[in-house]
Design a protein. Structure first.
Ligand code: SF4
Ligand code: SF4
Length: 157
């Protein structure tokens, strides 16, 4: 059983520790008002990129889906209409879906893509309230039209 002297010593040791952390700057930040810098190379939410003229980079080859170790990607390709192509290739991705709950953010899809269409962005904010919201499709993934392409279409697309 500890002596009264040891008890007092332990009490002061505890108080000293409390005071040390009381005056120290906190390690935590007031997220989301304050955001920390994201480390270079961090892999976040995917984006399907476009060319400068607005055409989609994805040609629906499905290599990303084949490379994905988590089977998180589903691509359904379709033939481009030569009058109104969606991408520069013969085909484009009519359906492009990612199950973010399956994804392990390994970056294999990005590496496999021959047109640099699919990239993992630095957007790490992916929390949501339902599983369905984390099953994302082209509407969620496709990059907005570049300024130059928007000007060419008169801002109609
Ligand atoms: S980052 Fe990895 S796990 Fe996620 S979709 Fe791409 S290949 Fe699949
Ligand atoms: S994102 Fe890249 S790898 Fe995946 S289907 Fe499109 S072009 Fe092919």
């Amino acid at each position: 059983m500890p002596s009264p002297l040891e008890d007092v010593k332990a009490l002061f040791t505890g108080l000293a520790t409390t005071m040390k952390f009381f005056v120290r700057r906190p390690e935590t930040v007031e997220y989301p008002e304050v955001k920390r810098a994201i480390p270079v190379g961090a892999r976040g939410r995917h984006q399907l990129r476009r060319h400068e003229d607005g055409l989609e980079r994805c040609i629906g080859c499905e290599l990303c889906a084949a490379a994905c170790p988590a089977a998180a990607i589903r691509v359904v390709a379709a033939e481009n209409d030569p009058e109104h192509p969606v991408s520069p290739g013969e085909r484009y991705a009519a359906v492009y879906e990612i199950d973010l709950l399956r994804c392990i953010f390994c970056g294999m899809c990005e590496e496999a893509c021959p047109t640099n269409a699919i990239v993992l962005s630095q957007n790490l904010e992916m929390a949501d309230y339902s599983r369905e919201a984390l099953y994302v499709d082209k509407r969620d993934l496709l990059a907005p039209l570049p300024e130059s392409a928007r000007a060419a279409t008169g801002g109609t697309t």
